[in-house]
Design a protein around this ligand. Structure first.
Ligand SMILES: NC(=O)c1ccc[n+]([C@@H]2O[C@H](COP(=O)([O-])OP(=O)(O)OC[C@H]3O[C@@H](n4cnc5c(N)ncnc54)[C@H](OP(=O)(O)O)[C@@H]3O)[C@@H](O)[C@H]2O)c1
Length: 265
């Protein structure tokens, strides 16, 4: 046992969905900087290809763009086929791509449910199902493969915004994580979820006009999350250090969920 080298993930192969920006880019950066080859996906090909090139140059480690739409079964199959052509196996799958939808209760639309539930929940299940053979290639009792599902503190707390389908989808992600963990742990694939709090991104930025000052003021840690925060947690879960953690949903929110009632009183 190398207890002085618990977070080493060098030489592994990872897939990060929605890796072109935001939280997906942050986790990808952490993997690349620590010697992992990373496949990133997103729908907008030019931005994705540009990002893969930028990150490869920055970290001197291979980052490969695979443009695809993960909201359809065909898109997921194409994506998985492409990875299978390039790799015999995959060590880490990070199901990060997600969508949010805000609309007043009175007019909240069916589209706002279908888009969010399809991408955030259904695609997470089907992509993992389709990539299970690739994950199994790298899975052993001593060194299991890992799946990280990106949930949200909105799936734990009641959010302030009118994002009914989004918060329900994220609660579903957290429970799906436990259900899938129970199935896949038998195959040496460990499934866990991260529930992020506020991280600067296109998604959060559009909800607050890219002004995070109020969010920072209210946060127990007085700031939004950074690449180090979310990548650090992902690396923990993927390394030897996280090999006994199964089916968990771990918050990364500066303390919002666990200290909210204390801070209010
Ligand atoms: N930022 C936060 O504060 C926060 C907090 C809690 C949870 N989260 C969760 O973290 C995850 C990432 O969010 P983010 O804030 O980083 O959002 P973001 O900046 O909007 O990034 C979303 C990523 O997903 C990709 N994507 C969206 N739809 C896709 C589809 N159908 N197929 C393939 N890729 C798709 C986007 O690229 P394209 O648009 O090119 O497809 C982009 O790369 C989400 O699951 C979100 O719910 C975020």
């Amino acid at each position: 046992m190398e207890i002085n080298n618990l977070f080493n993930i060098k030489g592994k192969v990872a897939v990060v969905t929605g890796g072109s920006r935001g939280i997906g880019e942050m986790i990808t950066s952490g993997f690349l900087a620590n010697g992992v080859k990373v496949y990133i996906s997103a729908r907008k090909a030019p931005a994705l290809i540009e990002k893969a090139k930028e990150l490869t140059d920055k970290y001197g480690q291979e980052c490969i763009a695979v443009p695809c739409d993960l909201s359809s079964i065909e898109g997921m199959e194409e994506f998985t086929d492409l990875i299978s052509q390039k790799e015999e196996g995959v060590d880490f799958l990070v199901n990060n791509a997600g969508a949010a939808w805000g609309e007043p209760y009175e007019t909240f639309s069916e589209k706002g449910w279908d888009k969010v539930m399809d991408l955030n929940v259904k695609s997470m299940f089907f992509l993992t199902q389709k990539m299970t053979n690739l994950l199994l290639e790298r899975a052993s009792l001593e060194d299991p493969s890992r799946v990280i599902n990106i949930g949200s503190i909105d799936g734990l707390n009641v959010p302030a915004l009118e994002t009914f389908s989004y918060s329900a989808s994220k609660a579903a992600v957290h429970h799906l994580t436990r259900v899938m963990a129970a199935k896949l742990v038998k195959e040496n694939i460990l499934v866990n979820a991260i529930a992020p709090g506020p991280y600067p991104s296109a998604m959060l930025g559009s909800a607050v006009n890219h002004d995070y000052s109020e969010i920072e003021k209210r946060n127990p840690r007085k700031r939004v999350g950074s690449a180090e925060d979310i990548a650090g947690l992902a690396i923990f879960l993927c390394s030897r250090a996280g090999a006994y953690t199964v089916g968990e949903t771990i918050t990364s929110d500066g303390g919002i969920v666990k200290t909210a009632s204390h801070n209010l009183s």
